[in-house]
Design a protein around this ligand. Structure first.
Ligand code: GTP
Ligand code: MG
Length: 196
């Protein structure tokens, strides 16, 4: 059955591990550092301007925000790696993420976003290795491709072959929430998961 992406709805927000709702539906998760474009990507996928809150200030999304489309749940996670965040806030983030990933949720797919302009950060690589070790299904979504010219893109594409672990075994998609590039590929992956 063709998913109707217009029917997405905001479901709920959680800032504390003990509040997390039960995992009763397959979830597609958006992970990545602050400001990489997770919320923008969700808006682009669903063709909505303000479904997920976007901001030029890193750390905009401080809670886990759930969205629902039919029998699939989408999770917009708070970003990591923002230097100006307090120690207490970092600890809160870690507890929330641990509770999220280690509570046996039905994670159907993690979309790990990486800024295409730069090499993956140490935090990005730690997340990716955590997914590999935990055998979580994930794809790498390169964001902000619109900000690179053809030469720069080719250079980044080539460098990622060695920067990303298990490069040959992972799906890497170049995208732009600005121009819509690559969004159809992500929708196709979601559509496939919806049919399982
Ligand atoms: P946190 O909620 O802080 O974790 O950030 P986030 O990953 O949700 O990032 P968000 O979607 O809020 O975007 C951060 C900034 O990057 C905003 O100013 C967006 O407009 C911009 N941005 C996001 N995606 C793109 C893109 O594909 N191209 C360009 N040029 N800018 C983008
Ligand atoms: Mg966000």
């Amino acid at each position: 059955m063709e998913l109707n992406f217009h029917l997405v709805e905001f479901e709920s927000s959680y800032g504390r591990p003990d509040q997390l709702p039960e995992s009763d539906l397959p979830e597609i998760v958006f992970s990545g550092r602050s400001n990489v474009g997770k919320s923008s990507m969700i808006n682009a996928i669903f063709n909505r301007r303000n479904l997920a809150r976007v901001s030029g200030t890193p750390g905009k999304t401080a809670t886990i925000n759930f969205f629902r489309l039919g029998d699939i749940r989408f999770a917009d996670l708070p970003g990591y790696g923002y230097a100006k965040v307090s120690k207490a806030e970092k600890v809160r983030w870690q507890r929330l993420m641990r509770a999220y990933y280690e509570s046996g949720r039905g994670i159907a797919l993690i979309c790990q976003l990486v800024d295409m302009r730069h090499p993956p950060t140490a935090d990005d690589l730690a997340m990716i290795n955590f997914f590999i070790e935990g055998e979580f299904p994930f794809v790498i979504i390169l964001t902000k491709a619109d900000k690179l010219n053809k030469t720069e893109r080719g250079r980044r594409r080539e460098a990622l072959r060695t920067e990303l672990p298990y490069y040959d075994e992972i799906t890497v998609i170049e995208t732009s929430a600005e121009t819509g590039e690559g969004i159809d590929k992500i929708r196709a992956i979601i559509q496939d998961l919806g049919e399982k």
